[in-house]
Design a protein around this ligand. Structure first.
Ligand code: SF4
Length: 400
């Protein structure tokens, strides 16, 4: 997976909690489906998503198993509420065009007959040829999210991200020529060794490609990643906090000038182009997960499918679930704040009031954060204040 998408913490053990996949899916009414395709050409050094390299020989088996999972899930869930599908990874566009088309068309079984509001697939730019673009369009995909991260070869090298920056405009052209209009780009700022001017160039280059949606994330050194290991060994230096804050400020100003709405801490969209799928995550709606390591949220249960490709391939029916958690009410309320406050429209006052009704500890924390100017009421919504956006994670962690 690149940058869109979210994973809530899942802690328990499925068997111990007495939850099996068929029991969880039966009769569930997800609004969304997330499907995980785990293949990557190379492991980027900042990435902590589940993906496998050098296993393309299994993509045919993956396709067959995925189709079986889709058929089984379709027989269990109530598809009538499904509005969005997001296929991430990994790199879904590493499949061959024929395999990709089979996988995407099989999702229509659990997604139901009705037209979807949004059908997004993630793509790495160097994998998008005419065949892949046609397979996406022919399968009903109406939005593609492209992981560019940077247009500067030096910074791509730091991330160990192997693509030619010129492959991004080529991929966009092919996607649009195939008939898909909605394009989102992922960018990363705060890469070690980068300057404010470098980031400005990246942002301008991205804008010149006329995306409808931009995700701009500050680089995170996720524990266990090769990038974090290089940092711990002193081989790379994180950039100065003040420069990173200036990069974020520049992003907000430039994208506002260009007519993008800032609708989530790290996401901007032209009018009508918000990611409907990610809004289901941020509003803690219900979504079903497919594929190895896919994470879902159904009936108040967070769960994750079996992560090892071979284990997933050798299982039958719906994906086996290995992690599951039914959070206590207080933790569930904390998650609701953690996600909802990221939205720039904020959390509606009625929702905030009902979440705080029996939670005096969190109520006083919210009041303290309001008084300190770190949260604010804006058009009847509670949100992170403009001044605290750069430290949003720290504010949110206090409410979880
Ligand atoms: S392409 Fe890179 S960032 Fe995306 S899932 Fe694969 S390893 Fe992770």
């Amino acid at each position: 997976m690149d940058l869109e998408g979210i994973t809530l913490p899942v802690l328990g053990d499925a068997a111990r909690n007495g939850i099996d996949a068929a029991g969880l899916l039966e009769g569930a009414r997800p609004e969304s489906i997330y499907a995980h395709v785990p293949f990557c050409r190379h492991k980027c050094h900042y990435c902590d998503f589940y993906s496998v390299v050098d296993r393309r020989d299994r993509s045919g088996d993956f396709t067959i198993r995925f189709e079986e999972e889709a058929r089984t899930a379709a027989g269990l869930i109530d598809s009538s509420a499904v509005r969005t599908v997001f296929v991430g990874g990994g790199t879904p566009t590493m499949l061959s065009p024929a395999e990709l088309e089979r996988v995407l068309k099989s999702i229509r079984l659990p997604a139901g007959e009705a037209d979807l509001d949004e059908f997004t697939v993630e793509a790495n730019p160097e994998t998008v040829d005419e065949g892949i673009a046609a397979a996406l369009f022919d399968s009903g995909v109406d939005r593609v999210s492209i992981g560019c991260q940077s247009f500067d070869p030096r910074h791509l090298q730091t991330l160990e991200r192997h693509h030619d920056p010129d492959s991004v405009p080529r991929a966009i052209d092919r996607i649009r020529e195939a008939g898909i209009e909605r394009v989102s780009l992922d960018l990363i700022f705060g890469i070690p060794g980068s300057t404010l001017q470098d980031w400005e160039r990246d942002l301008e280059r991205a804008l010149s490609l006329e995306p409808d949606h931009l995700s701009c994330y500050g680089l995170v050194f996720e524990p266990g990643t090769a990038l974090d290991e290089r940092r711990r060994r002193g081989r790379i230096e994180p950039i100065d906090d003040a420069i990173e804050a200036a990069m974020y400020q520049l992003t907000r100003e430039r994208l506002r000038e260009e007519g993008f709405g800032h609708y989530e801490v790290s996401n901007w969209a032209r009018p009508g182009e918000r990611s409907e799928h990610n809004l289901v995550y941020w509003n803690l709606g219900e979504w079903m997960a497919m594929g190895p390591a896919g994470a879902g949220n159904l009936r108040g249960v967070r769960y994750r499918n079996v992560p090892r490709l071979d284990d997933w391939l050798s299982s039958e029916g719906p994906s086996r679930i290995v992690d599951v958690e039914r959070p206590q009410p207080s933790i569930a309320r904390g998650e609701r704040f953690m996600l909802g406050l990221r939205l720039r429209d904020g959390m509606p006052r009625g929702v905030v009031e009902s979440l705080l009704r029996d939670d005096p500890g969190r109520r006083s924390m919210v009041e303290d954060l309001l008084e300190a100017g770190r949260l604010e009421w804006w058009q009847e919504g509670l949100r992170i204040s403009e001044e605290s956006l750069m430290t949003a994670d720290e504010v949110l962690s206090r409410l979880v």
